[in-house]
Design a protein around this ligand. Structure first.
Ligand SMILES: C[S@@+](CC[C@H](N)C(=O)[O-])C[C@H]1O[C@@H](n2cnc3c(N)ncnc32)[C@H](O)[C@@H]1O
Length: 255
């Protein structure tokens, strides 16, 4: 390897490492995250893979609509370089940089469709946060807002969401934003949830994994609903409770 190739390699490693802290960029780890980024028209800037031909074989079986897209953009890197680009290397050995698409919070809340928006109060587990984004995208919710110290576009959250941040708006807010949506606290202490009674444009607020919803948020809510559980069970996992509410609502609507 000559000196130009070595400095290009070092520059690429630095670019991928810096991107993890860049609020404008998304780091997409693994085939599925990149697949969804392509499918939902993300602005993908750079892709590095140890074996782009293998990605194309995945595409042919898992995402034939995207055949050719992976090989067209992916640069080949040695496995020893790849582990420096991707500290938590995905089994599919591909990592990409794309521009974030956070969307506008006001527009998200003003979405006129009969679709709930979801807000997560101070989620602590980035994989769980990503799983919430994934289920909200699948249910076609209006979007996902988060409060607290975690960046909802953190690479670990993107990985948990399989890149579905590009399918719906996902943004961080400081507090419950004002809008015409009723604020519904989803909390184990609430009234039993009845899907057919849910206001379809509600802002559904879920609490953090250990502590649940804060007193402040419970006081701010217009109603408080619970998911009935077998006696003795304390609570559902955060992403599971988002899925239970959204899909109970959605299946009831479709029926
Ligand atoms: C793991 S739970 C938090 C548990 C916490 N110890 C508590 O008592 O609220 C995380 C969030 O999931 C939601 N959740 C979990 N199970 C629920 C249930 N059965 N009914 C309503 N919300 C639930 C709530 O929004 C809760 O704040």
């Amino acid at each position: 390897m000559n000196i130009d190739q070595i400095s290009a390699q070092n520059a690429q490693i630095q670019r991928f490492q810096r991107a993890r802290r860049d609020p404008e960029l998304a780091v997409l780890e693994g085939f599925h995250a990149l697949k969804h980024a392509f499918r939902f028209q993300a602005d993908v800037l750079e892709v590095a893979a140890t074996d782009p031909a293998r990605l194309e074989r995945f595409a042919q079986s898992l995402a034939p609509d995207l055949s050719g897209r992976f090989a067209a953009i992916a640069g080949v890197v040695e496995p020893s370089v790849f582990v420096q680009l991707a500290p938590k290397a995905a089994r599919t050995a591909v990592i990409a940089l794309a521009k974030r698409r956070t969307g506008d919070v006001g527009e998200l809340l003003a979405d006129p469709r009969p679709a709930p928006a979801v807000m997560l109060e101070n989620p602590r587990d980035l994989g769980n946060l990503g799983a919430c984004v994934r289920v909200c995208a699948a249910a076609d919710a209006a979007g996902v807002l988060t409060t607290g110290s975690h960046d909802p576009w953190n690479p670990d959250a993107l990985r948990g969401a399989a890149g579905l941040h590009y399918a719906i708006p996902v943004a961080h807010v400081e507090r419950v934003p004002s809008s015409d949506r009723p604020v519904i606290a989803i909390d184990t202490g609430g009234e039993p949830f009845q899907p057919s009674a849910l206001e379809p444009r509600a802002l559904l607020v879920f609490g953090s994994e250990r502590d649940g919803l804060s007193e402040q948020l419970l006081a701010r809510a217009d109603a408080r609903l619970s998911i009935p559980m077998h006696p003795g069970v304390s609570s559902l996992n955060l992403a599971t409770s988002v899925a239970a509410i959204l899909f109970a609502w959605r299946l009831g609507r479709d029926a």
